[in-house]
Design a protein. Sequence first.
Length: 291
Amino acid sequence: MSAYFQSLAQHYANEALINRTVATVHLENMNDEFFWAPILKDIKPGEYNFVGYSKNEYGVDTSGCTQCLKFKGFLSKKFFVCMDSDYRLLGMGDAVSVNDFFAQTHTYSWENHLCYAEALQNRLVKALEGRTPFVELDFKAFVDKLSKAVFPIVIQFLSMRRAGRDDFTTGMFNDLFELRLEDADYLNNGDGIIGKLNAKFATLQSNLSPAYKVNLAQETAYYDAKGLTEENAYLRMRGHTLYNFIIRIGSHVCKGTRVSFEMDVLRKTDDCQSRYSEMNGLIQDVRQILV
């Protein structure tokens, strides 16, 4: 199997040379290109050949993280991988390194970067210029509160997984963010939303605690050493869950304004390189590979 992926990697590297592109870049999915392409081209201008899937050892077109990892040891400046970190930087899953020509998000996924609080609020203000939002909400203030609420949820989830328990499933994690919301929940930058999230997690926790009790102080120290804090927990939680939750909140804010929150605010990448720790890590990875 190794010989197969070594040969395929050489093929992609040669393809970049023949086509005179900067590099061939393997993504987890072609949907990721819109996020990675502007970053790569900003650091090293030119054309890139983006690959969203490749054939596995059985000759079947395959995408995703597992397929990307099979190229480990065979990558180069002419053929490298850009992928989500998932929970790898928090000690779960196969580790990847820029030294092996993997550039990673340093958040759970690229979707988390689109939800970076300060940039998100700036994009919202710009998109709503001259329009009146359906409800008032400052995303910087709201996401700061959300991150603090998310922190113990992520700690509980990861700690149980590390202990070999699967009582707290991904489906249960996602369901926490399925909330019945009213206009009043948006007051004071979403206090009601956060209250409902906290209440739902407390109920879940009470059902989990007989099976496994998390030592929050101990686990907080453990994950703090890995860079997980109350301030950035929203960047480290499952990206698609966060993304869908933020779409729901933002779409209500933009109701009746003719602004599509997802397309006009959330998926705008012109300022996605705002400087914060996780983005700096991503930029450093890409720069080390390309420059």
